[in-house]
Ligand binder design. Structure first.
Ligand SMILES: [Mn+2]
Length: 338
């Protein structure tokens, strides 16, 4: 199905994984801390597959999944690791490490995986995997881990993709491609999607479950932040501010600000955006940077002790004068825009 597309060929690894599964009974699946749509979808789809083969499977995470993604786990099969799970991991025959390529990012579960004599399989799309596994399905050109899981499941001619697995993988791809918008989307992404929506997958319901869930108070806060947005450097830089007094009035905390900063780029002509949030529940001011093309906002975030990616970065800084901080940030864009 994917042979002509120049995607990395994992048929050898897929066969080896199936052989290992056949020899195993007790299986652990895990993914990175602070699980997202891709990691949760990948783990649940893999669990569904392994259960269909009659295996005993546990999905163990370091911390809980966001409410937004609970719809995928309707049977509550994802568990937050507790000490009583230690022996399960240590005595597992097989461990799947999905959507993550370093043990440190799996935290406590990762420490136990390192000690376990289980065979370890990594399926992931991050660059530079650590070497602690027996089999690697690692492709940093894949837009999501879910796509790699889909390729593995579709490669097994004795397995019929379930509606549930299809919904989970669809969610993986949707979320890790920002709604099929990112550069990482390839022809195979859409071939996989076409296989998924042959099953009972409702794109509009999944979209609605994830993206149309904004709290009204957050919506009001967004309105205020939009209203005070200011453009600099001939409209190339957009700065938005969230005030502590507004957040207190609306009863919101820093975790309500997720995905807020993305909006700075919606304005025509804007190439970089900054959201300065004076949040009431932390003693820091949160800075979120977004950019287009090759504009490197990571280097600015680093100057405030933060980090991230070229086009999306963040930092936390102390400031008792936000106006001054704003002017300082504007100045840091001088070398980019002048
Ligand atoms: Mn991912």
């Amino acid at each position: 199905m994917f042979k002509s597309l120049n995607d990395k060929d994992f048929s050898k690894e897929f066969k080896e994984i199936r052989d290992l599964i056949a020899k195993s009974n007790q299986i652990t699946i895990t993914a990175h801390e602070n699980p997202d749509g891709d990691s949760i979808g990948s783990c649940l789809a893999m669990r569904d597959y392994l259960s269909s083969k009659g295996k005993t499977v546990k999905i163990l995470y370091y911390n809980s999944i966001p409410d937004t993604f609970q719809f995928m786990d309707d049977s509550y099969s994802i568990k937050i690791y507790e000490e009583s799970d230690e022996s399960y991991i240590l005595t597992s025959d097989l461990v799947f490490i999905l959507d993550v390529n370093s043990l440190a990012r799996i935290r406590t579960v990762g420490e136990l995986i390192a000690k376990s004599s289980a065979k370890k399989i990594m399926i992931d799309h991050h660059i530079n995997p650590e070497s602690f596994c027996d089999i690697y399905v690692s492709d940093h050109e894949s837009a999501s881990t879910g796509e790699l899981i889909a390729k593995f499941l579709l490669d097994d001619k004795e397995y019929e993709l379930s509606d549930k697995a299809a919904r989970c993988i669809y969610t993986s791809i949707l979320t890790d491609t920002g709604g099929f918008r990112f550069q990482s989307v390839r022809p195979s992404t859409h071939i996989i999607l076409s296989e998924l929506i042959k099953k009972k997958v409702s794109p509009n319901e999944i979209y609605d479950s994830i993206y149309n869930q904004t709290k009204h108070a957050v919506f009001v806060l967004m309105g205020r932040a939009f209203a005070n947005s200011e453009l600099f450097y001939d409209g190339k830089l957009n700065i938005m501010r969230v005030n502590k007094s507004d957040m207190l009035e609306l009863g919101l905390s820093s975790e309500d600000l997720n995905n807020f900063s993305e909006s700075t780029l919606h304005v025509k002509g804007v190439l970089a955006g900054v959201l300065i949030s004076d949040v009431p529940d932390e003693e820091f001011v949160k800075l979120s940077f977004r950019s287009k093309l090759d504009i490197d906002v990571r280097s600015i975030a680093i100057q405030y002790g933060g980090g991230g990616h070229l086009n999306a970065a963040g930092a936390k800084t102390k400031s008792d004068d936000i106006d001054k901080l704003k002017l300082e940030i504007i100045d840091k864009f001088k070398s980019i825009f002048i």
